[in-house]
Design a protein around this ligand. Sequence first.
Ligand code: ADP
Length: 487
Amino acid sequence: MLKQIAEQLVKTGSYINGRWQQSAQHFTVLNPANQQVLLSVADASASDAERAVCAAADAFASWAALPAAKRSELLQRWYQLVMQHQDDLARLLTLEQGKPLSEAKGEIAYGASYLQWFAEEAKRLYGDTIPAPSNDKRIIVQRQPVGVVAAITPWNFPNAMLARKAAAALAAGCTFIVKPAHQTPLSALALAELAHQAGIPAGVFNVVVGTDAKAIGEVLTQHVKVAKFSFTGSTAVGKQLLKQCADSVKRVSMELGGNAPFIVFDDADLDAAVQGLMAAKFRNAGQTCVCANRILVQQSVYQAFADKLAIAMTQLKVADGLTDGCHIGPLIDDKAVAKVTQLLQSALDDGAKLLLGGSAHSAGAQFFQPTLLTDVQPQMAISNDEIFGPVAALMAFDSEQEAIALANSTEYGLAAYFYSRDIGRVFRVAQALQFGMVGINEGIISNAAAPFGGVKQSGYGREGSKYGLDDYTDIKYLCLGGLQPAM
Ligand code: ADP
């Protein structure tokens, strides 16, 4: 199966200036479900990244000069090709990343929806005219592409995180280089193959795959020809890359870690809240930056909610993502398993109670049982670190104010969720939560029409929506003077 997909969609080296690169050095891509080698890929170096930057810089002027309708048409074609290959792209994604095939199909459609959305937005890059302070002047505002955009993307959504950055950049008229995570380069290379087939010109979209993230990252964040840098990944790495961008004063977007609270108030529809939590917690085996991390439940409904959640969790099927009906696949690597195990153990040592699961799963070395913890406290490590695994950690609260204070007591501010049927409370709590995105009676919030992004140390910049082009454009003000008033 992999052989067939790879033959059609994956060339095993970086895609730079419209060509596939080879190298003496290679690295292997492993299937996290069984640790078997999937493919060997040419390992790009910092000088390959530099060539990609120069190619993107050379391609910029003619790409930016294309009529928006033409850029739109090319993005549409790319979108259509991705959707035509949805099944194969999804299999490839599951093989390298581990998530259940149904989720992988969803990710391909979700990533493609950004290509489609920004194909449309490309045509709506409007400016403004502003009333001038005197009649002999006109004030005109235009939006122009920032230039070459470089990006680094993570392994948890190897297709969609890349597509949603590239789509906005290309729509705005920027050229683009991306370094995907070395654990999951195949989905990125497949997107490059389809960009090539769609007719996106050489140098406009480049993918540099390599294991030396630090060296490649230095080029992408420090090269003077890169105008903007966009990152999705951990807060620690993001902070470092932000510093690296300072010397050349780059435009930067950062989509960093989260520590999402999921609040269940006493007036909530508990069944709906359980359903919402199952989606917000267990998607991608709990490995998303918007996953519910701290589940805050009002004391009077705490036991009832925990009981309903336990029943729902026993239905979760843990297996290789290609297995029919699978809900939870493997974690990405052994470090991820070690981190979840350690956070769980430390919570138990500090007094949390185990209701379900609690250890590795028999499906394989990197599988973890869906785990339910109660009596979790705010100061525990599990309440302060991103769990990134299938562990639901329940904490009780008494009042609305307490819930808001607990929810906001984190340096992160990406996503938050709450369930309530009281309209007054809905508006009060929505206003008070210090997060970039709030799901109200809803556990799945992300789509191309909506602005995705965080506040506080979760970063800045927005991806998707009508705001999504802002990060890729500069505002240029034209002052037209010397206009004589009519005689
Ligand atoms: P995660 O915990 O999700 O792996 P990381 O922030 O480590 O998050 O990884 C996200 C992306 O950042 C990946 O593409 C990874 O290769 C890249 N990365 C990690 N460390 C560095 C670094 N020092 N410089 C540049 N990129 C890095």
